[in-house]
Design a protein around this ligand. Structure first.
Ligand SMILES: [Zn+2]
Length: 339
């Protein structure tokens, strides 16, 4: 039976555990929508410094710590930028090395890509990199093997699964949980955010979805998730803060997705940071790890979990409730919900 799209039960009046803020640190020419082959990358100008400084300045002003999923390729070319992010107190995690979607890799190719990126990152961080995000959120049913590899390689969490079918069909896993859960016994999954509109559920509050719509739409999506106790993991890229980046020829739909409203990203993030509190995924894992199970408050969206993707026994009410239900208030960490 195909997954249904019934809404999850609400938990109105109860604060969600957290909202998280993340950035995928890659150059403008790494974006898949532009289709620029890897052999050309080293000849193209870096445009990371200015947008990364913009992001760091905003986070500093709003006293917010975020997770930066950095591409190994970027670490080798621009180590100074990674040092700046690290010295500002943010979490460095992995976006892989060569920005290949996982459907283009074998499990062993993925493992090699993970290891080379990690070695470049840890040369700077001097500590274990614990988080991973797949290029173009490309962990789905056909690439579920990646979750096994991540766990075997010692990663503590992944944030690559969009629990919805994206309109362009390139990613998404309809029926996967909306809230954080153990996707493998030692691996947390922090899903990307969605928004329930009449008739369907769509991606929300990240990248193009944040840029294409007025910020009020993103705020509605955040509030809708908060009311249901679903954490929102926002994600943006440095090139989304760079309206002056070079324009390249690409199919119209991909140019619309990549270039629309680049001039407004900074103001939108500023407004979200003013209105809501965000934490890094490193902090979110720390909230998850006590695993204090109390009363059920939120469930997965559908009753038909993707059994081929999720470990039996790790999906569903119990696993999700571990995250969605904070421990008893006496011992609970302060809920960074809204300002
Ligand atoms: Zn990427």
């Amino acid at each position: 039976m195909p997954p249904t799209d019934n809404d999850i039960p609400t938990s109105a009046g109860q604060a969600p555990a957290f909202n998280a803020l993340t950035f995928d640190i890659e150059e403008w020419f790494h974006a898949h929508n532009l289709g620029i082959p890897a052999k050309e990358w080293s000849n193209l100008p870096s445009r990371l410094a200015e947008p990364v400084d913009t992001i760091l300045e905003l986070l500093d002003r709003h006293d917010t710590t975020a997770t930066f999923f950095v591409l190994g390729w970027v670490v080798r070319r621009s180590p100074g930028i990674v040092h700046r992010i690290l010295s500002a107190g943010h979490e460095i995690a992995s976006h892989g090395d060569w920005h290949q979607t996982l459907s283009d890799l074998s499990p062993e190719g993925f493992r090699a890509d993970l290891r080379s990126a990690r070695s470049a990152l840890e040369e700077i961080t001097r500590e274990t990199v614990r988080g991973y995000r797949a290029p173009s959120y490309s962990i789905g049913t056909d690439t579920a093997w990646a979750l096994d590899v991540l766990e075997e390689e010692g990663f503590a969490y992944d944030s690559s699964i969009y629990p919805v079918r994206a309109p362009h069909g390139r990613y998404g896993l309809p029926g996967a949980p909306l809230t954080p859960y153990r996707v493998r016994p030692r691996l947390w999954e922090f899903p990307l955010p969605t928004w329930r509109i009449p008739g369907r559920r769509i991606p929300a509050a990240t990248g193009a979805y944040l840029r294409l719509f007025p910020v009020s739409v993103t705020e509605q999506a955040i509030v809708q998730n908060q009311r249901r106790g679903v954490p929102v993991v926002i994600n943006l890229h440095p090139w989304e803060f760079d309206p002056d980046q070079p324009r390249v020829t690409a199919p119209l739909a991909k140019r619309v997705l990549h270039y629309t409203n680049l001039h407004g990203t900074r103001a939108k993030l500023d407004r979200l940071l003013k209105s809501y509190s965000f934490i890094s995924l490193r902090e979110a894992v720390a909230l998850c790890e006590p695993e204090a199970v109390t009363k059920p408050r939120a469930e997965v969206e559908t009753g038909e979990p993707q059994r081929d993707l999720i470990m039996p026994g790790t999906i569903g009410r119990q696993a999700v409730v571990q995250m969605a239900s904070p421990p008893d208030t006496a011992s609970a960490p302060p809920s960074p919900l809204s300002k």
